[in-house]
Design a binder for this molecule. Structure first.
Ligand code: ADP
Length: 264
């Protein structure tokens, strides 16, 4: 018997045969199909150029990917059951995208203004947006920096400001592009703890396979725009032959047998 919508929530993310060519003709995604359940933490791994960032950009409708069948196109991206092409505005509200480089995301004169920009843009009153922004800055341990200029903060702090800005929009899906890249060990650990503490559905594109083992029970391996493996992180990241075939290496903790399988 078919299950009703009331009983089963739709997947947080559903891609069906998603194909995308950049305007110069380069195919970045080639028939990607996958589903991610609400609350799941999923890593997207793969060599440079595999299509990870392009996939994240599709989650909040920044790129108009379609499912191609012959000469006709059909929806390819759904977020919480909404077609990203049809309900673009609602989908953009649902998905918080954290760019790899914080400087692609920060533009206001003060940290508080930057974090409040999203909620203001979503129609919240100034007071409420400010309150929410401060709450999110507290969450990332940067309430003291509210009046500072973003460009005077360290890289790690700027990254946390960006995360606060994303959280202030209260997304149900977080799309994080290389969240730990270029952070020093302490900054990385801090950011990692923060990410792990967030309840939203997470899709994390990363080369930091140790982080994957800690934060993401599931891993999807992309190469040349296609899904080549999808399963429990520990199984995929322990498969030397698979990883080598796609330009990756087993994480050190698995090589030396230290990992207890916390994100199996
Ligand atoms: P990854 O994030 O896995 O490194 P990307 O999604 O950035 O991969 O890139 C996927 C493919 O799309 C690569 O071949 C890359 O060269 C190409 N690509 C990415 N951005 C652009 C762009 N703006 N214009 C043309 N090709 C691009």
């Amino acid at each position: 018997m078919a299950t009703t919508d009331a009983e089963t929530p739709p997947p947080a993310v559903r891609l069906s045969g998603l194909t995308y060519d950049y305007p110069d003709g380069r195919r970045a995604l080639d028939g990607v199909s996958l589903e991610i359940a609400p609350g799941e933490s999923t890593a997207l791994v793969g060599p440079n150029g595999a299509g990870k960032s392009t996939l994240l950009l599709h989650l909040n409708g920044l790129l108009p990917g379609r499912r191609w069948s012959g000469r006709r196109s059909a929806p390819a991206v759904w977020i919480d059951g909404l077609d990203a092409a049809h309900d673009a505005v609602q989908v953009r509200r649902k998905v918080g995208l954290l760019f790899q480089d914080p400087d692609d995301q920060l533009f206001s004169t003060t940290v508080l203004e930057d974090v409040a920009f999203g909620p203001l843009n979503l129609g919240l009153a100034a007071d409420e947006a400010r309150r929410l922004a401060l709450e999110c800055l507290e969450r990332v341990d940067l309430a003291d920096a509210a009046d500072r200029a973003p460009h005077r903060l360290s890289f790690g702090e700027r990254k946390r400001v960006c995360l606060a800005g994303v959280l202030a929009c209260r997304p149900s899906v977080l799309a994080l592009d290389e969240p730990t890249a270029n952070l020093d060990p302490r900054g990385r650990r801090r950011f990692l703890r923060l990410i792990a503490s967030l309840a939203a559905t997470k899709v994390i594109a990363t080369h930091d396979l140790e982080m994957v083992l800690e934060v993401c029970p599931r891993t999807i391996l992309l190469d040349a725009g296609r899904v080549v493996a999808d399963g429990p992180s520990r199984r995929i990241l322990d498969d030397e032959t698979l990883l080598e075939a796609h330009g990756l290496e087993r994480p050190l903790s698995l090589l030396i047998g230290r990992r207890d399988g916390s994100a199996s």
